[in-house]
Ligand binder design. Sequence first.
Ligand SMILES: [Zn+2]
Length: 276
Amino acid sequence: MIVTNKQLLSTAKRKGYAVPAFNVDNLESVLGVLNALNSTGKPLIIQTIPRTLKYGGIPTYAALTRALYKGGADLSIHLDHGGDIQTVKACIDAGYTSVMIDGSMLDFDQNVSLTKQVVELARKSGVSVEAELGTIGGKEETEGQIKYTEVAEAVEFVKLTGVDSLAIGVGTAHGVYKGTPQIAVDRIKEIADKVDIPLVLHGASGLSDEVIRACIDAGINKINFATHLRQAFTEGLKKGLADKGATYDPKTYLPFAIKAVQEVAERIINLCEPEA
Ligand SMILES: [Zn+2]
């Protein structure tokens, strides 16, 4: 069934695993991720960032995902890093079941106020909301000013906003890591002990399997993967174009990209949601 993040993550929290959230860019990446959902039989989240929506149009990705989803394990359709109310509203209208509002660059009170507005709006449509507190590296504007999420602030933020899940800053970064990332696993645990909603980890593509498992054990219930999928898509596409059977017809070489996305997604799903 197509459900909300809140539904997927509350089960994950109860059972102690994380639901992977995959950033898609096109028809082929949606197909690759949905193939992985079918082959593993495990729930996942398909999400898009505003830049992707600008590229392909807001109604496109939810419609594409809904058209291609054939049932089986549960699925949620999520807006990643929504920056304003208008985008959130347009995504809810387009069929997203969950939205993120990223007010992490605002000061605490402004972030609370923006998040609260989105929670009120989303509630009316039964859509769940993720917010962010602290900073995650790799966005140009956060360069050199990474702020870890404070435990007391997280407690206060959740209480004031009524948000459903919270992305926290614990040393991860978006994109490709320059050095070895230092992740504050202890901080995850401290926040998870005090906050009763699911916690979200962004920027996981460059983390080792061991670090990802440690983050899940410490209390992370949703993990975002974007860079890994984009890399797999691109490598698969190159392989397809180099294949002797490839012709001028995109349907001969794009399946290589679909398969590469599927394989990396399957690996991540099994890492995040091990068999009970
Ligand atoms: Zn992110």
